[in-house]
Design a protein around this ligand. Structure first.
Ligand code: GAR
Length: 207
């Protein structure tokens, strides 16, 4: 059974998509053992508790320094002994040491087709604002492994979503979540849980 830790910062709809997929059997051989939030008031914590999953918060602003935060976060992750860490709307940069320790065992969901609209400063609604501002006709979502860069790791799955006339960032965000993120994140987790994903350099091979 793959032990998953999910890291969150906000509403937790991607966490919910994973909970639902485990509940209805789209994800087998995996369980969410702990949810870690960077914000004490995140609704994602409530979703975890409702599903009977242990939820803890490690809030950067409540730690004396970045080093103290990193140590606390690493401790909370290690305690759960995860085989996979899922960043599901986690808006804090992970400590470099953790990324190294859990190489190819951390995945992230990003609300665009990487390499468009990604990297530093591109998160949440800002991604959709940038896509609309650039006038792209197609956007989407990406699940990728986390490496030492920002949104630069090997790409596991992507799904395209069409822009529609009159889209606002909020409307587009919702469509990308429903049509892309909430589908490919559980799919990627299931592929990993079944041992079907390996990397070859920057590429991901799905077997
Ligand atoms: C999602 O759209 C996710 O892709 C995005 O934050 C949102 C979290 O929503 N993540 C990033 O922008 C990471 N760079 P959720 O809390 O409802 O899952």
């Amino acid at each position: 059974m793959l032990r998953i830790v999910v890291c969150v910062s906000g509403g937790g709809t991607n966490l919910q998509a994973l909970i639902d997929a485990i509940g209805d059997g789209r994800i087998t051989d995996a369980e969410i053992v702990r949810v870690i939030s960077s914000s004490a008031g995140a609704y994602a914590m409530e979703r975890a508790r409702k599903a009977g999953i242990e939820a803890v918060s490690v809030v950067p602003a409540e730690c004396g320094s970045r080093a103290e935060f990193e140590e606390k976060l690493a401790g909370e992750i290690r305690k759960a002994d995860p085989g996979l860490i899922v960043l599901a709307g986690y808006l804090v940069v992970l400590p470099a040491a953790l990324v190294e320790e859990y190489e190819n065992r951390i995945i992230n969901i990003h609300p665009s087709l990487i390499p468009s609209f990604c990297g530093k400063g591109y998160y949440g609604l800002r991604v959709h604002e940038a896509a609309l501002e650039r006038g792209v006709r197609v956007t989407g979502a990406t699940v990728h492994f986390v490496d030492s860069g920002t949104d630069t790791g090997p790409i596991i799955l992507q799904k395209a979503v069409e822009i529609q006339e009159g889209d606002t960032p909020e409307v587009l965000q919702k469509r990308v979540m429903q049509e892309a993120e909430h589908r490919i994140l559980p799919e990627a987790v299931q592929l990993i849980a079944r041992g079907r994903v390996r990397t070859e350099g920057r590429k991901v091979i799905i077997e």
